[in-house]
Design a protein around this ligand. Structure first.
Ligand SMILES: NC(=O)c1ccc[n+]([C@@H]2O[C@H](COP(=O)([O-])OP(=O)(O)OC[C@H]3O[C@@H](n4cnc5c(N)ncnc54)[C@H](O)[C@@H]3O)[C@@H](O)[C@H]2O)c1
Length: 372
């Protein structure tokens, strides 16, 4: 197997909703062949964004045409704003306007935004039609395209309207990452490191050794990291599809991160993965303050993120000195809040995270007031 041609495959074991994740290069060019056997009707609607379309729509369309799949294409504007109710409404009408039936396949080609919004359309139109994820950002390949969380944002909060709805197939074409801006690549890398931090200390060690090669887009480290991340996510999702237990660990760093994203207006000022990187460092620091983890562990994580160029301090994102109450108020709106109590994912060590259902809010407030 050479890194130029080999692809690998793993299965998400969800009974009759089980599906394959394929990881490797040139998968967009071969998508028609992969999708055809899953189709109940030779009709597809491709949903993508304008940026991704410029790079990858033509090869995907060629591949669908070669496989004899009739298809329509819908372009969305790129960016998080596309995940709002207005865009979703227009998208739903455009898809229905293509004359779809229950057997039509929706194909989401793009990053997490396209995957989330198109996935939610698949979950709801005609009470559910099949869909395939072709993730083109590193974040989408290692996280958002796997596991079936779909949804859109509201002014009250992010991802508050949505559904658990599994795709029929995920094609993670690692070749598509070649055109991804470095900042987006790093944001996805933060989610890769997350898997090591919550479950697999050895994988975190691998990240320390291979992170630079991965961020320099070397194909073998990329494929290894995407496969390892998807394998871990697949196991967690298969055991707890609706996040009633261990799946919550995947939210490590996210409650802190969402507060930072809320403060920066969910804008390009702070990408989701950047917020998660800083959120994970804050989770280590807070756990150290509670005496749950050695402070040196958090320092090791901070060193690694800083070496790759991810933010590790509030000052790095221009939020030094932000009042603790503001962040706490944002954290209070997170979906992980139950009965006014804040649940946090915290580490016992690198490779071992747990859910603290009722984090001490006063300690948290004091911690945030001192965070720099
Ligand atoms: N469903 C889930 O489980 C889950 C998990 C994590 C994140 N998310 C969601 O994912 C979204 C973030 O996803 P994202 O980081 O992929 O952002 P994104 O979809 O906005 O993509 C980032 C940018 O990169 C561009 N792009 C995508 N692929 C490209 C490529 N190959 N080459 C060049 N440019 C490319 C896009 O046009 C966009 O401008 C958020 O809305 C977040 O809530 C969902």
């Amino acid at each position: 197997m050479t890194s130029q041609t080999a692809s690998e495959r793993l299965r998400v074991a969800l009974g009759e909703r089980a599906y394959d994740i394929v990881v490797g290069p040139l998968l967009i060019e071969g998508a028609g062949r992969e999708i055809l056997p899953l189709m109940r009707r030779r009709q597809a609607v491709v949903v993508t964004d304008e940026t991704v379309a410029g790079h990858y729509l033509a090869p995907l369309r060629d591949s669908l045409a070669e496989a004899g799949i009739m298809h329509h294409t819908i372009l969305l504007p790129p960016g998080e704003e596309t995940k709002d109710l207005d865009h979703f409404g227009r998208l739903a009408e455009d898809i229905l306007g293509c004359g779809i039936e229950r057997g039509t396949m929706l194909v989401a080609l793009g990053g997490g935004v396209v995957g989330d919004v198109a996935g939610f359309a698949a979950a709801t139109l005609l009470r559910g039609i099949d869909f395939v994820q072709i993730p083109t950002t590193l974040l989408a390949q290692v996280d958002s395209s796997v596991g079936g969380k779909t949804g859109i944002n509201t002014p009250i909060g992010k991802n508050l309207i949505g559904a658990f709805y599994q795709p029929r197939l995920v094609l993670a074409d690692t070749g598509a990452l070649a055109t991804l801006p470095r900042r987006e690549l790093l944001a996805g890398y933060a989610e890769i490191v997350k898997y090591g931090l919550i479950r697999d200390a050895e994988f975190f060690g691998w990240c320390e050794r291979q992170g630079n090669a991965l961020c320099a887009m070397e194909p073998d480290p990329i494929r290894h990291a995407v496969m390892t991340s998807c394998r871990m996510k697949a196991v967690i999702v298969a055991a707890d599809e609706r996040e009633e237990g261990d799946r919550a660990l995947l939210n490590f760093g996210h409650t802190f991160g969402h507060a930072l994203e809320t403060e920066t207006g969910f804008s390009s000022r702070l990408l989701h993965g950047e917020a998660v990187a800083l959120g994970m460092v804050l989770a280590f620091d807070f756990a150290a303050r509670l005496g749950l983890v050695a402070a040196a562990e958090g320092e090791r994580v901070r060193r690694h993120f800083a070496a790759t160029g991810l933010p590790t301090r509030l000052a790095d994102i221009g939020l030094a000195g932000i009042p603790a109450e503001r962040l706490l108020a944002h954290m209070g709106k997170d979906k992980k809040v139950r009965d006014g109590r804040i649940a946090l994912i915290l580490p016992h060590s690198i490779g071992d995270a747990f859910v603290m259902k009722d984090a001490p809010v006063e300690e948290l407030s004091d911690f945030l007031a001192r965070a720099a």
